[in-house]
Write a new protein. Structure first.
Length: 181
């Protein structure tokens, strides 16, 4: 404050001088104002509009990225759901395949057992038939031997020839006695 006082004391300032210093020459003022307006117009067209356009473009880019991210996120969720569904279906299909394989395995085992049993039964009956045929053949051989021996013995005993009918009845009687004993 003392500086202001000193200045004012040394050079007394009148109201007109103060206003003149505050508002200089009107032409200077207009030139300065015009330069300021031109500067504002130049700055507006060279800086403000391009910066505003860049900011608008950037805002649209960010907004598009956000929108695209949301779309991609939704697609990712859908793909995840589809993938989980496919995995679930694949697991179910695998379980079905395993179940079918186990069932088929049991069928094959049962079929093999039945086939083996049929083969064993065939072989058993075949062997039994062969044994029965062999037994029948041996019985026939024994029967013919017995008949022959009986014929020879009866010939010896009777010293005469025996007819075939007599021979067969003697053999049958002998066989009945052998079977009964």
């Amino acid at each position: 404050m003392s500086l202001i006082c000193l200045t004012s004391l040394e050079n007394p300032v009148t109201n007109e001088a103060f206003l003149e210093k505050l508002f200089p020459n009107p032409y200077d003022f207009l030139a300065t104002l015009l330069a300021f307006v031109v500067l504002l117009i130049v700055v507006f067209y060279l800086a403000y509009k391009p910066v505003k356009k860049i900011l608008k473009t950037r805002a649209e880019y960010v907004e598009n990225n956000i929108r695209q991210s949301q779309i991609d996120n939704q697609k990712a969720k859908e793909n995840l759901f589809k993938a989980q569904e496919e995995v679930s279906n694949a697991k179910n299909e695998a379980l079905t395949i395993i179940s079918n394989a186990n069932r088929k395995e049991q069928e094959i085992i049962l079929e093999a057992k039945n086939k083996a049993k049929v083969e064993a039964d065939k072989e058993y009956f075949s062997k039994q038939k062969k044994i029965t045929e062999d037994l029948k053949q041996k019985e026939d051989e024994i029967h013919s031997l017995i008949v022959e021996n009986a014929y020879l013995m009866s010939e010896e005993i009777l010293k005469r020839e025996i007819s075939k009918k007599d021979e067969e009845s003697l053999v049958d009687d002998f066989l009945k006695k052998v079977k009964n004993d």
